[in-house]
Structure formats: C-alpha cells, structure tokens
Design a protein around this ligand. Sequence first.
Ligand code: ZN
Length: 307
Amino acid sequence: MMMTYPKDVVVEEQGLRDGLQSEKTIVPTEKKLELIKAVVEAGVKRVQVASFVHPKLIPQMADAEEVCKRLPQVNGVLFSGFVLNTKGIERAAKAGLTHVAASISASDTHSRKNANASREEAEKRFAEMVKVGKEHGLTIRSGLQCVFGCRFEGKIDSKVVLDMVKKQLDLGIDEVALADSTGMANPRSIQEISTKAVELAGDRHVFLHLHDTEGKGLANVLAALAVGITHFDTAFGGMGGCPFIKGASGNISTEDLVFMLRQMGIETGIDVGRLSAVSRSLEDFFGKRFSGKMHRVMERDDIKIVY
Ligand code: ZN
C-alpha cells in the first residue's frame, strides 16, 4: 500500500522546557534567551519556552517570568508555556504569553504521584484551568501525559484516553497534544489512538509529543504521518525526559525529525545545520553528549550530506 504523506509538518521545539528541565545544571536566563533566538533564527515557528510549575519542584524553570518578559518579538512565531494548574495559567498570562500547554496525566497512578490528584480530580482541575485561561484570553493546547503507557500502570486503556480527549475538546480548547511521556508507544498503538483522536478533534490540530526512550521515536512519527498527524513536539539534540518519570529520557530529536522529513519531501521550514549548532553548543555547556543523531552528523564538514 502506498502511503500518502503531508506536504508540511509543524514542529514545536520543546528543548527549552522538556530538555533543560531534565538537566541538573541550571541554565542562566541570558543563555536561554540566546537559545530561543537561535532556534527562531533556525526557522522554528513554535517554541515552548518555559514551565510555570513550582520553582521548588523544578528550579531549572524558576526564571519562567523573566524569560517570557524578554522574548524576541517575531511575526509568525508562537511561544508557549507549560502549565499544570490554574496558578501556572495566571503566571503565564501575567508574563505576557498568549498560548499555554495545559497538561494532565492519562494514568491515575502517575497523576497521584506527579500532580497529587486522582485522574478525576485532575480532570476537574483541568476544566478550571481552561476556564481561567479563557478569562485571560489565552489559546490553550490540552495535553495528556502517559497516553501510550505508564511505568507504574503499564498500558493505559485507549477508551479512557479517548474519553479524556473528548472531554478536553468539549471544554473548547484550541488544540490537543497526546504525549508518549515514557516512550512506550509503538507504531500500531500510535495509529490506533491517533486515528480516533484526529476524528474527534475535527479541524483542531492533534500534536504528538514523542520520547525515544525505547528507540521507536521516528518509527512512531512515520506511523502517525500515515494517519493524518502533522504536528509534532521535538527537542534539539534529542534532549529531555520527565523529572517525575524514571527512565523517560530523550524527546525525539528536532534535527533527526526535520532531516528525515526533508529527505521525504516534507517541509518544516527548519534549517538542520543551524539547529545542530545550537545542540552542539548546549552539549559543550553541559559537558555531555545528547542522544540525537543528526547534530553529530552535521558536525562533519568533510562528508556529503544528502537531502
Ligand atoms: Zn516530554
């Protein structure tokens, strides 16, 4: 069977949030602003720049307000803030953001451990978040964590997931994100859930937030493209993890995804070479190597790169 692929794909860079929060070393605000500028100059149109969670829980994001207040003003670029409660929404609005990613977990156990709330309680809180977000005139991306598996509970019932998606859509959110927070998804589970989520969402976009923990990241992208998903979260160099989920290392690498898509004739508008330089400069900063591949390949100027 011939698959049909989209012409364009939208990539949301999550390295500044999912990436930086997974490192012990705190990146100074000034350096974050440099990174944001570089990412935008590389052609990224959506950037998640901060997380409005309690600074005691995630000290790496304690400067969220400061970062948001000093964001470059660039036409056609959307900056997003990650929020887990109404307090976070209020902080994001006050800091001048117009868009937030409000997230809860599809796993009851993960929700209890991470958000200190049962799944039902978290859903009630989510409805409250949407209400407050709308009062502040924000656009809202709803997020569901652990959609494709949880390290505490194992498989999450897809009926539960889709029911949660439907409830979020009914609240009037603007777009949906399904997160494979633990990297447990496989191409089949991606297609089963994405197909139905796309159907439910209608003309609202469905994002996939994928981690490469088990090495299936790009295979999952390919499976998702085939069922109409055109929006993906990634992190430069394949950075990232989840501070609350053990072994949830590595988002899919922005460069790896962009490069593969470009070879397939699918445009993202992102310059792989420029973004690779950003990833390598961060590797120098942290004194470690990230798990992505293309930023390493692009380092070599003595070999042929074939797009
Ligand atoms: Zn993540």
